[in-house]
Design a protein around this ligand. Structure first.
Ligand SMILES: [Zn+2]
Length: 409
């Protein structure tokens, strides 16, 4: 009993002392103790033990800058670009999982831009589904969106677009290299030391050449999807493709910015530069290397066409105007007309800027070689099956016209 009284008295004493200290504390300054349950295991992983939820951004293409628990299964995520200023293409990609099946609400904020991409989810990183109206809302200013996700032990991938990573593109190139008339080479290194890969399709001794490049801009998945289908058609088994390959040497650089793609950049390479604004200064190793390849090709043979694949808000071809001198003369107009004739439901929109940006690949290609040099843009939301049909048909009509116009001035 005695010891009990001592314990009670002791407890009261402790309470009084703590209370006095708190009162003193409140008078002097507000004391706040923040207890966080967030546990960061290593950069790119956020684990919330109480919620049993984990966010992971440690894979190629991932981008997630900050992550916090807001309570009740809600989480606040922030995505920032690689550096500023930057094009308004906020890329994001992360995985989320939970030890038990549950609903998770993600409040995703982009800093440095406005939301451009409607999030897609995937359980295997291969097949992607766009979030439905019920599962996705964004605010008027397009700076913040809310995602309602069903998560479980198996990681759910969430990304701005299908990933189409550097490895995926290299695998695709590797598969094409197995064809007897395709050669793959490394022609340079990126800032981060990754190999820049080139495919030579068709007769490498042919007098005439066509150049195809792509993925200068990391988020531009639809551009890569179209480029791959376009090149597959040139490497295909049709009489037209065989005939084209017998008379044309086609040089393909499918991925000019492997570092930016893997880093989940919004726009730039690891040198913090927009590669498609570097075709005047050539300050980056990627643009210098590809320029040297094309210049050498242009000295050895007659360049006839340059295509650069990108993505934007709509399908559009950025071309020179019909008045601009280029050889073969009239190719661009005839090509796009032929594409529309073949695909009556498809409008081949063309924008021929009277004041083109003088730092882009196609401006350089046209001005250096006097050839049609066209930026082939695919909409972010263009139906994936349609973009492949258009790409295949555009490749067929390009080959047909190139053969028809091969001696044209
Ligand atoms: Zn682009």
């Amino acid at each position: 009993m005695k010891s009990g009284w001592v314990a009670v008295l002791g407890g009261v004493l402790v309470m009084v002392v703590v209370g006095a200290l708190l009162m003193v504390g409140q008078r002097v300054e507000e004391v706040r103790v923040v207890v966080t349950e967030e546990k960061v295991l290593e950069p790119g992983v956020w684990v919330f033990p109480k919620e049993q939820v984990r966010f992971d951004a440690r894979f190629p293409r991932a981008r997630l800058t900050e992550c916090e628990a807001l309570g009740d299964g809600k989480f606040g995520l922030v995505v920032r670009p690689e550096n500023l200023p930057v094009n308004n293409s906020p890329w994001f990609a992360f995985q989320v999982s939970c030890e038990v099946e549950r609903k998770v609400v993600v409040r995703l904020r982009v800093q440095g831009g406005n939301l451009r991409y409607r999030p897609k989810v995937s359980v295997d990183g291969v097949t992607w589904v766009t979030l439905t109206e019920e599962a996705y809302q964004q605010d008027e200013a397009r700076e913040e969106c809310v995602l309602k996700l069903e998560v479980g032990p198996r990681a759910l991938w969430v990304a701005a677009q299908e990933l189409v990573s550097t490895q995926e593109m290299l695998d695709w190139a590797g598969a094409l290299e197995r064809l007897p008339f395709v050669q793959g080479t490394t022609f340079g290194r990126s800032v981060g030391g990754q190999r820049l890969c080139r495919l030579d399709v068709g007769d490498v001794t042919a007098e005439r050449a066509v150049v195809i490049i792509g993925r200068q801009h990391p988020p531009e998945t639809t551009g890569s999807l179209a480029l791959m289908r376009f090149v597959e058609e040139i490497a295909g088994d049709s009489d037209l493709a065989r005939s084209f390959r017998g008379q044309f040497h086609c040089v393909v650089v499918p991925l000019l910015n492997p570092d930016g793609v893997d880093a989940g950049n919004w726009r730039h390479n690891l040198g913090r530069v927009d590669l498609n604004r570097d075709w005047k200064d050539f300050a980056q190793p990627e643009t210098r290397a590809v320029r040297d390849q094309i210049v050498a090709l242009g000295k050895a043979k007659k360049l006839r066409l340059m295509l650069d694949f990108h993505s934007t808000f709509k399908d559009v071809f950025y071309t020179q105007s019909d008045e601009a001198v280029s050889s073969p003369a009239g190719f661009t107009r005839l090509w796009l007309e032929a594409l529309e004739t073949r695909l009556p439901m498809y409008e081949a929109k063309r924008e021929a800027s009277p004041v083109p940006t003088p730092t882009t690949s196609t401006y350089w290609g046209h001005h250096t070689f006097g050839i049609p040099a066209i930026t082939y843009e695919i909409g972010d939301n263009t139906d994936r099956a349609l973009l492949k049909t258009v790409a295949a048909t555009a490749a067929q009509e390009m080959m047909r016209l190139m053969l028809e116009m091969k001696d044209a001035p």
